[in-house]
Design a protein around this ligand. Structure first.
Ligand SMILES: *Cc1c(COP(=O)(O)O)cnc(C)c1O
Length: 354
């Protein structure tokens, strides 16, 4: 017998690289290339550091109130966490306890199977179709422990229409369906309006992508009051003060500037649509993206080769050495200047190759 027999062993999630060099073009973890709303800087400048002596509000009241106001729900329908990773982990722990397998796609956010393993939740990965689309039928009439759908999906960038999400939620009233909307602001349809009809739905979003605040770690979720109540019970059995003071203040300030938020999302969408066209001209193929990244494969040159070539040139993209997707590159949409440089490097390399 050794102490190691008592260890909870897991294979951890591997996040994208966060290189220390400042001179690179970072297109590997879907961060926003623009700064947060100007109001965020203002509230952080004005913070009284003496307040850090005191614990923050355990209910994250100011942020919950601001989110409820912004999205038109009651405060009791809002849950916040340290990034949506924290929210999702807490939701897995809270809702998936029947011993039946939970369902999610084979190609999706690669944290889902890690949390399932961590919490000893059995799971089944349902293959996407050849076009990397979710087949709704696969999620109907299954005797399962719950369902998790990223919509738009990552790393594919493909969105499922709200009517299809509703079919999945309505066919699975006896389990919780989590819809992870990390990228919804770039062209997806939120499932939030479905809360009026369904009590088994949790809609999860984040400040990390569309609100340019990955470094602040703010995620949130919407659900019916009873469902959120269970989530809060588990949260308060784990950590009473998840959100720190700067994050609470910065989150509220970001929500107050709707015009800025819409402006940066609009800019990213415009850049994306232009980059998609240019990439297709260079011989890449991919489904239209509803996110702030493109998941692309080249007709002739292996993705891994392009990935390494780009890295040599100081441009970081994301490559997954996994079945079905090992010939794809996930490229975050940066500024117009960054994307021009990417396209220039690709043109140079591929022009010489094909
Ligand atoms: C980025 C991402 C998240 C987590 O983001 P946080 O920074 O923890 O809010 C969750 N789901 C998907 C699909 C993502 O891409």
């Amino acid at each position: 017998m050794s102490w190691e027999d008592g260890v909870r062993r897991v294979v951890p999630y591997v996040p994208g690289e966060q290189p220390k060099r400042a001179d690179i073009i970072k297109l590997n973890t879907n961060e926003c290339p623009y700064p947060p709303a100007p109001g965020v800087r203002r509230v952080l400048d004005e913070m009284d550091y003496g307040e850090f002596r005191l614990y923050p509000d355990p209910d994250s009241g100011v942020l919950v109130k601001a989110l409820a106001g912004y999205y038109g729900v009651s405060e009791k329908q809002v849950f916040v966490g340290v990034g949506s990773d924290d929210v999702l982990a807490m939701a897995f722990l809270t809702f998936f306890n029947t011993g039946k397998p939970i369902l999610f796609p084979d190609i999706t956010y690669s944290f889902y199977d890690v949390w399932a393993d961590l919490f000893r939740i059995p799971f089944e990965q349902i293959p996407l179709d050849e076009d990397f689309k979710i087949r709704t039928e696969d999620y109907l009439g299954r005797d399962c422990g719950g369902i998790v759908i990223a919509n738009p999906n990552a790393p594919t960038g493909v969105a499922l229409p709200l009517s299809e999400i509703e079919r999945i939620v309505s066919a699975n009233r006896d389990v919780v369906v989590i819809v992870d909307e990390a990228y919804v602001d770039f062209g997806g349809e939120s499932a939030l309006p479905l809360l009026k009809k369904y009590d088994n739905l949790l809609v999860v979003q984040t400040f990390s992508k569309s609100r340019a605040m990955a470094g602040m770690r703010i995620g949130y979720a919407f659900g019916r009051e009873k469902l959120i109540g269970y989530l809060l019970d588990c949260r308060f059995s784990f950590n009473s003060y998840p959100m720190n003071r700067p994050a609470l203040a910065a989150g509220v300030a970001a929500l107050e500037d709707k015009a800025y938020f819409q402006e940066i999302c609009g800019k990213i969408i415009k850049t994306r649509d232009r980059v998609e066209e240019a990439l297709r001209e260079l011989g890449f193929f991919f489904a239209d993206s509803s996110t702030n990244f493109v998941f692309a494969s080249h007709r002739e040159v292996p993705a891994k080769e392009i990935f390494e070539m780009l890295k040599d040139k100081g441009i970081y993209a994301r490559y997954f050495a996994k079945p079905r997707i090992d010939n794809y590159l996930r490229i975050t949409i940066g500024t117009d200047v960054e994307m021009a440089r990417l396209l220039e490097v690709l043109r140079e390399y591929l022009g010489g190759r094909c």
